[in-house]
Write a protein that binds this ligand. Structure first.
Ligand code: GBH
Length: 493
Protein backbone atom coordinates (compact mmCIF):
# COMPACT_ATOMS: atom_id res chain seq x y z
CA UNK A 1 0.00 0.00 0.00
CA UNK A 2 2.68 2.44 1.09
CA UNK A 3 4.96 1.30 -1.74
CA UNK A 4 2.10 1.58 -4.23
CA UNK A 5 1.54 5.14 -3.15
CA UNK A 6 5.23 5.87 -3.49
CA UNK A 7 5.43 4.50 -7.04
CA UNK A 8 2.28 6.32 -8.03
CA UNK A 9 3.68 9.55 -6.69
CA UNK A 10 6.99 9.16 -8.49
CA UNK A 11 5.42 8.28 -11.82
CA UNK A 12 3.22 11.30 -11.40
CA UNK A 13 6.24 13.55 -10.79
CA UNK A 14 8.11 12.12 -13.79
CA UNK A 15 5.15 12.57 -16.08
CA UNK A 16 4.76 16.18 -14.99
CA UNK A 17 8.42 16.82 -15.70
CA UNK A 18 8.06 15.23 -19.14
CA UNK A 19 4.93 17.22 -19.87
CA UNK A 20 6.79 20.43 -19.41
CA UNK A 21 9.38 19.46 -21.98
CA UNK A 22 8.62 20.55 -25.52
CA UNK A 23 7.68 17.43 -27.46
CA UNK A 24 7.96 18.77 -31.01
CA UNK A 25 10.66 17.35 -33.26
CA UNK A 26 13.51 19.66 -34.17
CA UNK A 27 13.43 20.25 -37.95
CA UNK A 28 15.34 17.78 -40.09
CA UNK A 29 18.03 20.29 -41.07
CA UNK A 30 18.55 21.60 -37.53
CA UNK A 31 22.24 21.26 -36.63
CA UNK A 32 23.61 19.93 -33.35
CA UNK A 33 27.24 20.40 -32.32
CA UNK A 34 29.70 20.50 -29.46
CA UNK A 35 32.40 23.07 -28.73
CA UNK A 36 35.86 23.66 -27.29
CA UNK A 37 38.57 26.32 -27.61
CA UNK A 38 42.30 26.06 -28.33
CA UNK A 39 43.83 27.31 -25.09
CA UNK A 40 41.38 25.30 -23.01
CA UNK A 41 42.19 21.93 -24.61
CA UNK A 42 45.28 21.80 -26.81
CA UNK A 43 48.25 21.94 -24.45
CA UNK A 44 51.60 21.69 -26.29
CA UNK A 45 51.96 25.34 -25.41
CA UNK A 46 55.51 25.70 -26.75
CA UNK A 47 55.79 22.65 -28.96
CA UNK A 48 56.69 22.49 -32.65
CA UNK A 49 57.23 26.22 -33.01
CA UNK A 50 54.10 27.55 -31.35
CA UNK A 51 54.54 31.12 -30.10
CA UNK A 52 53.59 32.43 -26.67
CA UNK A 53 50.13 33.91 -26.26
CA UNK A 54 48.61 36.12 -23.56
CA UNK A 55 47.15 33.17 -21.66
CA UNK A 56 50.52 31.39 -21.60
CA UNK A 57 52.04 34.58 -20.24
CA UNK A 58 49.23 35.19 -17.76
CA UNK A 59 49.16 31.70 -16.24
CA UNK A 60 52.96 31.51 -16.10
CA UNK A 61 53.52 34.91 -14.53
CA UNK A 62 50.43 35.02 -12.31
CA UNK A 63 49.89 31.45 -11.12
CA UNK A 64 48.25 32.84 -7.98
CA UNK A 65 45.37 34.16 -10.05
CA UNK A 66 44.39 30.72 -11.37
CA UNK A 67 42.75 28.04 -9.22
CA UNK A 68 45.40 25.53 -8.10
CA UNK A 69 47.97 27.46 -10.17
CA UNK A 70 46.64 25.54 -13.17
CA UNK A 71 47.86 26.32 -16.69
CA UNK A 72 46.96 25.28 -20.21
CA UNK A 73 50.46 23.85 -20.76
CA UNK A 74 49.09 20.34 -21.25
CA UNK A 75 45.32 20.79 -20.78
CA UNK A 76 43.47 17.91 -22.51
CA UNK A 77 46.56 17.33 -24.66
CA UNK A 78 44.36 17.62 -27.73
CA UNK A 79 47.39 18.63 -29.80
CA UNK A 80 48.30 14.94 -29.57
CA UNK A 81 44.90 13.43 -28.94
CA UNK A 82 42.70 15.06 -31.55
CA UNK A 83 41.76 11.66 -32.96
CA UNK A 84 40.26 10.75 -29.59
CA UNK A 85 38.36 14.04 -29.62
CA UNK A 86 36.92 13.24 -33.03
CA UNK A 87 35.99 9.75 -31.87
CA UNK A 88 33.98 11.33 -29.02
CA UNK A 89 32.22 13.64 -31.46
CA UNK A 90 31.45 10.65 -33.62
CA UNK A 91 30.04 8.87 -30.58
CA UNK A 92 27.77 11.86 -29.94
CA UNK A 93 26.72 11.84 -33.59
CA UNK A 94 26.94 15.64 -33.85
CA UNK A 95 26.75 17.46 -37.17
CA UNK A 96 29.62 19.81 -36.40
CA UNK A 97 32.50 20.54 -34.06
CA UNK A 98 33.12 24.09 -32.98
CA UNK A 99 36.80 24.58 -32.11
CA UNK A 100 39.20 27.52 -32.30
CA UNK A 101 42.52 28.09 -33.99
CA UNK A 102 45.43 29.13 -31.84
CA UNK A 103 46.69 32.24 -33.63
CA UNK A 104 50.20 31.83 -32.20
CA UNK A 105 50.38 28.16 -33.20
CA UNK A 106 49.95 29.26 -36.82
CA UNK A 107 51.71 32.63 -36.58
CA UNK A 108 54.20 32.64 -33.67
CA UNK A 109 54.98 36.34 -34.08
CA UNK A 110 51.31 37.20 -34.59
CA UNK A 111 52.16 38.51 -38.07
CA UNK A 112 52.18 36.62 -41.36
CA UNK A 113 55.93 36.99 -41.78
CA UNK A 114 56.46 33.54 -40.24
CA UNK A 115 54.08 30.67 -40.80
CA UNK A 116 54.56 27.74 -38.47
CA UNK A 117 53.98 24.71 -40.68
CA UNK A 118 53.52 22.09 -37.93
CA UNK A 119 50.72 24.28 -36.55
CA UNK A 120 49.07 24.42 -39.96
CA UNK A 121 49.45 20.66 -40.31
CA UNK A 122 47.81 20.09 -36.94
CA UNK A 123 44.65 21.90 -37.99
CA UNK A 124 44.69 20.30 -41.45
CA UNK A 125 44.84 16.88 -39.81
CA UNK A 126 42.06 17.74 -37.38
CA UNK A 127 39.83 19.00 -40.19
CA UNK A 128 40.54 15.92 -42.29
CA UNK A 129 39.77 13.61 -39.38
CA UNK A 130 36.48 15.46 -38.85
CA UNK A 131 35.49 15.34 -42.52
CA UNK A 132 36.42 11.64 -42.78
CA UNK A 133 33.94 11.06 -39.96
CA UNK A 134 31.18 13.17 -41.48
CA UNK A 135 31.56 16.06 -39.01
CA UNK A 136 31.67 19.68 -40.23
CA UNK A 137 34.18 22.06 -38.66
CA UNK A 138 32.87 25.36 -37.28
CA UNK A 139 35.98 27.41 -36.64
CA UNK A 140 36.48 30.30 -34.24
CA UNK A 141 39.46 32.44 -35.23
CA UNK A 142 39.86 34.15 -31.88
CA UNK A 143 38.94 32.56 -28.58
CA UNK A 144 40.95 34.92 -26.34
CA UNK A 145 44.51 33.75 -27.01
CA UNK A 146 46.26 36.77 -28.57
CA UNK A 147 49.91 36.22 -29.58
CA UNK A 148 52.03 37.85 -26.86
CA UNK A 149 54.14 39.89 -29.33
CA UNK A 150 50.95 41.68 -30.38
CA UNK A 151 50.09 42.34 -26.75
CA UNK A 152 53.56 43.81 -26.29
CA UNK A 153 52.52 46.41 -28.88
CA UNK A 154 49.31 47.21 -27.02
CA UNK A 155 47.07 44.33 -28.12
CA UNK A 156 43.42 45.15 -28.65
CA UNK A 157 43.86 48.72 -27.49
CA UNK A 158 46.14 49.44 -30.48
CA UNK A 159 44.83 50.11 -33.96
CA UNK A 160 47.48 47.99 -35.74
CA UNK A 161 45.91 44.82 -34.36
CA UNK A 162 42.95 45.27 -36.73
CA UNK A 163 45.15 44.67 -39.75
CA UNK A 164 47.13 41.92 -38.03
CA UNK A 165 43.87 40.09 -37.34
CA UNK A 166 42.65 40.68 -40.90
CA UNK A 167 45.81 39.08 -42.30
CA UNK A 168 45.54 36.14 -39.92
CA UNK A 169 41.91 35.70 -40.97
CA UNK A 170 42.79 35.83 -44.68
CA UNK A 171 45.53 33.25 -44.19
CA UNK A 172 43.14 30.97 -42.29
CA UNK A 173 40.51 31.20 -45.04
CA UNK A 174 43.23 30.42 -47.60
CA UNK A 175 44.65 27.49 -45.68
CA UNK A 176 41.48 25.83 -44.42
CA UNK A 177 38.50 27.48 -46.09
CA UNK A 178 37.92 24.86 -48.78
CA UNK A 179 36.81 22.50 -46.01
CA UNK A 180 35.00 24.94 -43.73
CA UNK A 181 31.41 26.11 -44.08
CA UNK A 182 31.05 28.01 -40.80
CA UNK A 183 33.40 30.59 -39.34
CA UNK A 184 33.32 32.81 -36.28
CA UNK A 185 35.71 35.74 -36.07
CA UNK A 186 35.53 36.33 -32.30
CA UNK A 187 34.29 34.44 -29.29
CA UNK A 188 32.68 36.65 -26.64
CA UNK A 189 34.52 39.91 -27.30
CA UNK A 190 32.90 41.28 -24.16
CA UNK A 191 35.17 39.11 -22.02
CA UNK A 192 38.22 39.99 -24.12
CA UNK A 193 37.62 43.69 -23.66
CA UNK A 194 35.82 44.13 -20.38
CA UNK A 195 37.80 41.59 -18.37
CA UNK A 196 41.07 41.85 -20.30
CA UNK A 197 41.44 45.62 -20.75
CA UNK A 198 38.76 47.27 -18.56
CA UNK A 199 38.64 45.47 -15.24
CA UNK A 200 41.92 43.67 -15.81
CA UNK A 201 40.60 40.49 -14.25
CA UNK A 202 41.80 38.12 -17.00
CA UNK A 203 44.61 38.04 -19.56
CA UNK A 204 46.27 40.30 -20.47
CA UNK A 205 45.26 41.83 -17.13
CA UNK A 206 45.23 45.50 -18.14
CA UNK A 207 43.06 47.52 -15.75
CA UNK A 208 41.84 50.65 -17.47
CA UNK A 209 38.22 50.90 -16.38
CA UNK A 210 35.85 52.95 -18.47
CA UNK A 211 38.44 53.40 -21.21
CA UNK A 212 40.33 50.23 -22.14
CA UNK A 213 37.21 48.14 -22.73
CA UNK A 214 35.69 50.67 -25.14
CA UNK A 215 38.90 51.13 -27.14
CA UNK A 216 39.34 47.37 -27.30
CA UNK A 217 35.76 46.83 -28.48
CA UNK A 218 36.18 49.48 -31.15
CA UNK A 219 39.12 47.59 -32.65
CA UNK A 220 37.44 44.21 -32.28
CA UNK A 221 34.44 45.48 -34.25
CA UNK A 222 36.66 46.86 -36.98
CA UNK A 223 38.70 43.65 -37.10
CA UNK A 224 35.57 41.53 -37.32
CA UNK A 225 34.24 43.63 -40.19
CA UNK A 226 37.59 43.51 -42.03
CA UNK A 227 37.62 39.71 -41.80
CA UNK A 228 34.01 39.42 -42.97
CA UNK A 229 34.69 41.67 -45.99
CA UNK A 230 37.85 39.76 -46.85
CA UNK A 231 35.84 36.57 -46.87
CA UNK A 232 33.05 38.18 -48.82
CA UNK A 233 35.32 39.62 -51.51
CA UNK A 234 38.03 37.01 -51.82
CA UNK A 235 36.62 33.67 -50.74
CA UNK A 236 32.85 33.52 -50.75
CA UNK A 237 32.37 32.59 -54.39
CA UNK A 238 34.83 29.71 -54.24
CA UNK A 239 34.36 28.55 -50.64
CA UNK A 240 30.71 29.29 -50.13
CA UNK A 241 30.84 29.45 -46.35
CA UNK A 242 29.29 31.69 -43.72
CA UNK A 243 31.05 34.08 -41.34
CA UNK A 244 29.79 35.61 -38.13
CA UNK A 245 30.83 36.57 -34.60
CA UNK A 246 29.59 35.12 -31.35
CA UNK A 247 28.60 37.51 -28.59
CA UNK A 248 27.49 36.25 -25.21
CA UNK A 249 24.83 37.60 -22.99
CA UNK A 250 22.84 36.70 -19.96
CA UNK A 251 19.10 37.18 -20.28
CA UNK A 252 18.25 40.39 -18.39
CA UNK A 253 14.89 40.01 -16.66
CA UNK A 254 13.30 43.13 -15.15
CA UNK A 255 13.19 42.65 -11.37
CA UNK A 256 9.62 44.01 -11.29
CA UNK A 257 7.28 45.09 -14.05
CA UNK A 258 7.71 48.74 -13.17
CA UNK A 259 8.53 50.96 -16.13
CA UNK A 260 11.90 51.82 -14.59
CA UNK A 261 12.99 48.22 -14.15
CA UNK A 262 11.81 47.28 -17.63
CA UNK A 263 13.86 50.16 -19.06
CA UNK A 264 16.85 49.18 -16.90
CA UNK A 265 16.75 45.60 -18.21
CA UNK A 266 16.66 46.82 -21.81
CA UNK A 267 19.57 49.16 -21.03
CA UNK A 268 21.53 46.22 -19.60
CA UNK A 269 20.97 44.18 -22.78
CA UNK A 270 22.13 47.13 -24.89
CA UNK A 271 25.25 47.68 -22.78
CA UNK A 272 26.20 44.00 -22.79
CA UNK A 273 24.97 42.52 -26.06
CA UNK A 274 24.10 45.63 -28.08
CA UNK A 275 27.55 47.12 -27.45
CA UNK A 276 28.89 44.63 -30.06
CA UNK A 277 25.76 43.52 -31.84
CA UNK A 278 24.17 46.81 -32.78
CA UNK A 279 27.01 47.91 -35.06
CA UNK A 280 26.91 44.57 -36.88
CA UNK A 281 23.22 43.62 -36.98
CA UNK A 282 21.83 47.17 -37.05
CA UNK A 283 24.26 50.07 -37.25
CA UNK A 284 26.64 51.95 -34.92
CA UNK A 285 26.68 51.65 -31.12
CA UNK A 286 23.32 51.68 -29.33
CA UNK A 287 21.97 55.21 -28.83
CA UNK A 288 21.71 54.72 -25.09
CA UNK A 289 25.44 53.93 -24.85
CA UNK A 290 26.41 56.88 -27.00
CA UNK A 291 24.31 59.28 -24.95
CA UNK A 292 25.15 58.02 -21.49
CA UNK A 293 28.87 57.60 -21.98
CA UNK A 294 29.21 60.99 -23.70
CA UNK A 295 27.33 62.72 -20.87
CA UNK A 296 29.27 61.06 -18.11
CA UNK A 297 32.61 61.58 -19.87
CA UNK A 298 32.04 65.32 -20.23
CA UNK A 299 30.94 65.62 -16.63
CA UNK A 300 34.10 63.78 -15.61
CA UNK A 301 36.23 66.39 -17.36
CA UNK A 302 37.02 64.60 -20.63
CA UNK A 303 36.72 66.66 -23.80
CA UNK A 304 35.18 63.81 -25.72
CA UNK A 305 33.26 60.65 -25.03
CA UNK A 306 35.22 57.71 -23.64
CA UNK A 307 33.24 55.67 -26.17
CA UNK A 308 35.12 56.12 -29.45
CA UNK A 309 32.97 57.00 -32.44
CA UNK A 310 32.81 55.46 -35.88
CA UNK A 311 32.84 57.57 -39.06
CA UNK A 312 29.81 57.23 -41.34
CA UNK A 313 31.96 55.17 -43.66
CA UNK A 314 32.95 52.83 -40.83
CA UNK A 315 29.35 52.51 -39.69
CA UNK A 316 28.25 51.26 -43.09
CA UNK A 317 31.36 49.10 -43.47
CA UNK A 318 30.56 47.25 -40.21
CA UNK A 319 26.80 47.09 -40.60
CA UNK A 320 25.60 43.81 -42.12
CA UNK A 321 28.86 41.90 -41.64
CA UNK A 322 27.19 38.60 -40.74
CA UNK A 323 25.81 35.57 -42.52
CA UNK A 324 24.12 34.20 -39.40
CA UNK A 325 24.04 35.26 -35.74
CA UNK A 326 26.14 33.44 -33.12
CA UNK A 327 25.16 33.64 -29.46
CA UNK A 328 26.49 32.12 -26.25
CA UNK A 329 24.00 31.91 -23.41
CA UNK A 330 24.24 30.31 -19.99
CA UNK A 331 22.24 32.19 -17.41
CA UNK A 332 20.05 35.16 -16.47
CA UNK A 333 20.07 38.14 -14.12
CA UNK A 334 17.40 40.28 -12.51
CA UNK A 335 17.80 43.95 -13.32
CA UNK A 336 16.67 46.94 -11.26
CA UNK A 337 16.80 50.65 -11.97
CA UNK A 338 19.13 52.60 -9.65
CA UNK A 339 19.78 56.25 -8.92
CA UNK A 340 22.52 57.70 -11.09
CA UNK A 341 25.95 57.07 -9.58
CA UNK A 342 27.63 60.44 -8.94
CA UNK A 343 30.23 61.28 -11.52
CA UNK A 344 33.75 60.38 -10.44
CA UNK A 345 36.09 57.77 -11.84
CA UNK A 346 35.33 56.35 -15.31
CA UNK A 347 33.67 52.99 -15.02
CA UNK A 348 31.74 50.78 -17.42
CA UNK A 349 29.34 49.66 -14.69
CA UNK A 350 28.50 53.24 -13.76
CA UNK A 351 28.05 54.03 -17.44
CA UNK A 352 25.51 51.22 -17.61
CA UNK A 353 23.98 52.21 -14.27
CA UNK A 354 21.81 49.28 -13.21
CA UNK A 355 21.65 46.89 -10.28
CA UNK A 356 21.77 43.18 -11.04
CA UNK A 357 21.18 40.08 -8.96
CA UNK A 358 20.15 36.46 -9.27
CA UNK A 359 17.24 34.95 -7.45
CA UNK A 360 17.77 32.45 -4.62
CA UNK A 361 14.96 30.45 -6.19
CA UNK A 362 17.05 29.70 -9.25
CA UNK A 363 18.87 26.37 -9.18
CA UNK A 364 22.65 26.56 -8.65
CA UNK A 365 25.49 24.51 -10.05
CA UNK A 366 29.13 24.42 -8.97
CA UNK A 367 30.09 27.86 -10.35
CA UNK A 368 28.79 31.02 -8.71
CA UNK A 369 27.62 32.96 -11.78
CA UNK A 370 25.65 30.23 -13.48
CA UNK A 371 22.10 29.90 -12.17
CA UNK A 372 19.93 27.54 -14.17
CA UNK A 373 17.28 29.59 -15.97
CA UNK A 374 16.07 27.69 -19.04
CA UNK A 375 13.15 30.08 -19.57
CA UNK A 376 15.74 32.86 -20.05
CA UNK A 377 16.97 31.44 -23.33
CA UNK A 378 13.48 31.55 -24.82
CA UNK A 379 13.06 35.18 -23.79
CA UNK A 380 16.52 36.06 -25.07
CA UNK A 381 15.90 34.41 -28.44
CA UNK A 382 12.64 36.31 -28.83
CA UNK A 383 14.39 39.57 -27.89
CA UNK A 384 17.12 38.92 -30.48
CA UNK A 385 14.51 38.25 -33.14
CA UNK A 386 12.69 41.51 -32.37
CA UNK A 387 15.78 43.66 -31.91
CA UNK A 388 17.85 42.46 -34.86
CA UNK A 389 15.26 41.72 -37.52
CA UNK A 390 14.94 37.97 -37.23
CA UNK A 391 18.38 36.64 -38.20
CA UNK A 392 19.23 32.94 -38.54
CA UNK A 393 20.73 32.06 -35.15
CA UNK A 394 23.26 29.43 -34.13
CA UNK A 395 23.56 29.01 -30.39
CA UNK A 396 27.33 28.57 -30.30
CA UNK A 397 27.59 27.75 -26.58
CA UNK A 398 25.25 26.60 -23.84
CA UNK A 399 26.04 24.25 -20.98
CA UNK A 400 26.65 23.72 -17.29
CA UNK A 401 29.55 22.82 -15.02
CA UNK A 402 29.99 20.19 -12.32
CA UNK A 403 32.62 19.66 -9.62
CA UNK A 404 33.86 16.37 -11.03
CA UNK A 405 32.57 14.24 -8.16
CA UNK A 406 30.44 11.97 -10.33
CA UNK A 407 29.95 10.75 -13.89
CA UNK A 408 26.22 10.65 -13.20
CA UNK A 409 25.65 14.24 -14.14
CA UNK A 410 21.88 14.21 -13.99
CA UNK A 411 21.84 17.97 -13.49
CA UNK A 412 23.49 18.36 -16.91
CA UNK A 413 20.91 16.04 -18.50
CA UNK A 414 18.12 18.20 -17.09
CA UNK A 415 19.99 21.36 -18.09
CA UNK A 416 20.25 20.33 -21.74
CA UNK A 417 16.69 19.02 -21.82
CA UNK A 418 15.19 22.16 -20.30
CA UNK A 419 17.26 24.71 -22.25
CA UNK A 420 16.69 22.84 -25.51
CA UNK A 421 12.99 22.64 -24.71
CA UNK A 422 12.92 26.42 -24.44
CA UNK A 423 14.92 26.76 -27.65
CA UNK A 424 12.33 24.58 -29.40
CA UNK A 425 9.53 26.72 -27.94
CA UNK A 426 11.28 29.88 -29.14
CA UNK A 427 11.30 28.33 -32.60
CA UNK A 428 7.53 27.89 -32.30
CA UNK A 429 7.40 31.57 -31.35
CA UNK A 430 8.98 32.24 -34.75
CA UNK A 431 12.67 32.59 -33.87
CA UNK A 432 14.87 31.24 -36.66
CA UNK A 433 17.27 29.02 -34.70
CA UNK A 434 19.26 26.78 -37.04
CA UNK A 435 21.83 25.21 -34.72
CA UNK A 436 22.72 24.43 -31.12
CA UNK A 437 26.16 23.80 -29.62
CA UNK A 438 26.85 22.12 -26.31
CA UNK A 439 29.68 23.61 -24.24
CA UNK A 440 31.69 21.57 -23.87
CA UNK A 441 32.73 18.39 -25.60
CA UNK A 442 34.96 17.59 -22.63
CA UNK A 443 36.20 19.00 -19.32
CA UNK A 444 38.91 21.57 -19.95
CA UNK A 445 40.76 24.57 -18.52
CA UNK A 446 37.99 26.84 -17.29
CA UNK A 447 40.19 29.96 -17.47
CA UNK A 448 40.81 31.39 -14.00
CA UNK A 449 38.85 28.54 -12.43
CA UNK A 450 41.48 26.14 -13.79
CA UNK A 451 40.43 22.50 -13.86
CA UNK A 452 38.13 22.87 -10.85
CA UNK A 453 35.07 23.49 -13.05
CA UNK A 454 34.00 20.80 -15.47
CA UNK A 455 31.73 21.75 -18.34
CA UNK A 456 32.32 18.56 -20.32
CA UNK A 457 29.96 15.95 -21.65
CA UNK A 458 33.06 13.77 -21.41
CA UNK A 459 35.08 13.70 -18.20
CA UNK A 460 38.84 14.15 -18.55
CA UNK A 461 41.24 12.81 -15.93
CA UNK A 462 43.82 15.58 -15.52
CA UNK A 463 45.86 13.50 -13.04
CA UNK A 464 46.42 10.86 -15.67
CA UNK A 465 49.23 11.43 -18.14
CA UNK A 466 46.96 9.98 -20.84
CA UNK A 467 44.24 12.51 -20.06
CA UNK A 468 41.76 9.65 -20.28
CA UNK A 469 38.31 10.70 -21.48
CA UNK A 470 35.20 8.99 -20.07
CA UNK A 471 31.59 9.68 -21.01
CA UNK A 472 29.33 11.15 -18.34
CA UNK A 473 25.70 10.00 -18.51
CA UNK A 474 24.77 13.24 -20.28
CA UNK A 475 26.55 11.83 -23.36
CA UNK A 476 23.79 9.25 -23.73
CA UNK A 477 21.08 11.90 -23.46
CA UNK A 478 22.66 14.38 -25.89
CA UNK A 479 23.42 11.57 -28.31
CA UNK A 480 19.78 10.53 -28.28
CA UNK A 481 18.62 14.10 -28.87
CA UNK A 482 21.04 14.52 -31.77
CA UNK A 483 19.91 11.24 -33.29
CA UNK A 484 16.14 11.56 -32.82
CA UNK A 485 15.81 15.38 -32.85
CA UNK A 486 13.48 14.82 -29.93
CA UNK A 487 13.85 15.75 -26.23
CA UNK A 488 11.38 13.23 -24.80
CA UNK A 489 10.60 9.57 -25.40
CA UNK A 490 8.38 10.21 -28.40
CA UNK A 491 7.86 13.42 -30.28
CA UNK A 492 5.14 14.94 -32.43
CA UNK A 493 6.04 15.80 -36.00
C1 GBH B 1 32.25 31.01 -22.15
O1 GBH B 1 32.35 32.06 -21.31
C2 GBH B 1 33.55 30.86 -22.88
O2 GBH B 1 33.40 31.15 -24.25
C3 GBH B 1 34.17 29.53 -22.67
O3 GBH B 1 35.50 29.58 -23.07
C4 GBH B 1 33.98 29.11 -21.25
O4 GBH B 1 34.67 27.96 -20.93
C5 GBH B 1 32.51 28.88 -21.03
O5 GBH B 1 31.76 29.96 -21.44
C6 GBH B 1 32.13 28.56 -19.60
O6 GBH B 1 32.40 29.61 -18.76
O7 GBH B 1 31.23 37.20 -12.66
O8 GBH B 1 28.89 37.69 -12.86
O9 GBH B 1 30.52 38.95 -14.12
C7 GBH B 1 31.24 32.35 -20.53
C8 GBH B 1 31.62 33.65 -19.97
C9 GBH B 1 31.77 33.59 -17.70
C10 GBH B 1 30.85 35.43 -18.95
C11 GBH B 1 31.37 34.27 -16.44
C12 GBH B 1 30.50 36.10 -17.68
C13 GBH B 1 31.34 36.38 -15.43
C14 GBH B 1 30.00 36.54 -14.80
N1 GBH B 1 30.97 34.03 -18.82
N2 GBH B 1 31.38 35.65 -16.65
S1 GBH B 1 30.16 37.67 -13.52
Amino acid sequence: MFLGGFIFCCLFVISIAQDETNNKLFPEHFLFGAATASYQIEGAWDEDGKGENIWDRYTHTHPELIANNDTGDVACDSYHKYKEDVAMLKELGVDYYRFSLSWSRILPTGFVNKINLPGVTYYKNLIKELKDNGIEPLITLYHWDLPQPLQDLGGWTSEFVVEAFAEYARLSFELFGDDVKYWLTFNEPKQTCLDGYGQGSTAPGIASPGLGEYICAHHVLKAHARAWHIYDQEFRTTQNGQVSITIDTMWCEPATDSEEDVAAAEKALQFTYGWYANAIYNSDYPEIMKTRIAERSLAEGFNQSRLPSFTDEEISYISGTFDYMGINMYTSILVEAVDEVPVGEPNYNYDMGIKSSQSDDWESCSIYWLKITPWGIRKLLNWLKETYNNPAIIITENGVTDDGSTLEDEQRVRFYRDYLSNVRSAMEDGVNVIGYTAWSLMDNLEWRQGYTQKFGLFHVDFDDINRTRTPKISVAYYKKVVETHCLVDTCEE
